[in-house]
Unconditional design. Structure first.
Length: 254
């Protein structure tokens, strides 16, 4: 039986290896999270340590959220795609990351080249779960929070009056989402808006592009905040990566 000391040493070695080649893991050249090297989708590593967002989001929540919940979405998505090895060619896209974007955008389409019926549910639930979480990790950072600057700040002020009003409306969307889901700041037809989606649905399916999202599934906050979703959202503002959000905004509106 492995001792606690041996287990800690083994975990440290694995973490060191992942830190050396994070790009290879993200691109699927090295199996991540138990995925086979031939799987089209892989679990991306967190862009920071699991305790980096404390005290606002605790390390245990991050480890379970990323290593179990996100991994489950990736694993289930890969199983669904096992019978569709040529689906990337159907949509004429260069990579599976771009393919997932296309599939989510075509979920409500009835065209012949839309998402195959057999995997529609898997794409919505597990594809959405993978896509949402891959974005979510990047939307947060150690030492985050504060307010956006530049063009994004101007756009928020124009759309919502001021930053405080935006935060209030965004929080209401998260608190008002019944059961599991997300609250989003999106770009739709060149303008900013706030949306709430159920489960792992994404604004892309509704013709919008997500800029910022907060996960309001209970697994995102229950260990630390129990049923106090409002406290979680209030704390979450302290880890928002506004630089990442501003970069997405600049690319989407240019």
């Amino acid at each position: 039986m492995m001792t606690r000391r041996q287990a800690i040493k083994t975990t440290a070695l694995v973490a060191t290896a992942a830190a050396v080649v994070p790009g290879a893991i993200a691109q699927g050249r090295i199996s991540s999270g138990g995925n086979r090297q031939t799987d089209p989708f892989t679990l991306p590593p967190l862009p920071y340590a699991s305790d980096a967002l404390e005290p606002h989001i605790d390390a245990q929540t991050m480890e379970i959220h990323h290593g179990r919940h996100h991994k489950a979405y990736v694993d289930n998505l890969n199983r669904a795609f096992a019978d569709f090895p040529d689906i990337k060619n159907l949509f004429s896209v260069p990579s599976y990351d771009v393919l997932l974007d296309a599939l989510l955008g075509n979920l409500n389409s009835t065209r012949l080249n839309s998402v195959p019926e057999k995997i529609r549910t898997a794409v919505r639930n597990n594809g959405g779960g993978h896509y949402n979480h891959a974005l979510f990790w990047k939307m947060m950072k150690e030492g985050g929070g504060g307010e956006p600057k530049g063009e994004l700040a101007k756009a928020i002020e124009m759309s919502f009056g001021n930053f405080a009003a935006f935060k209030d409306e965004f929080a209401k969307a998260g608190l008002g989402q019944f059961g599991s889901g997300w609250a989003w700041l999106v770009v739709q037809q060149g303008k900013l808006a706030i949306q709430a989606t159920a489960n792992q649905d994404n604004p892309i399916t509704q013709g919008a592009q997500p800029l910022l999202g907060v996960d309001v599934w209970e697994h995102a906050y229950y260990l630390k905040y129990q049923n106090k979703r409002a406290d979680y959202i209030t704390a979450w503002w302290n880890v928002v990566n506004w630089d990442f959000v501003a970069e997405r905004y600049a690319k989407l509106v240019k």
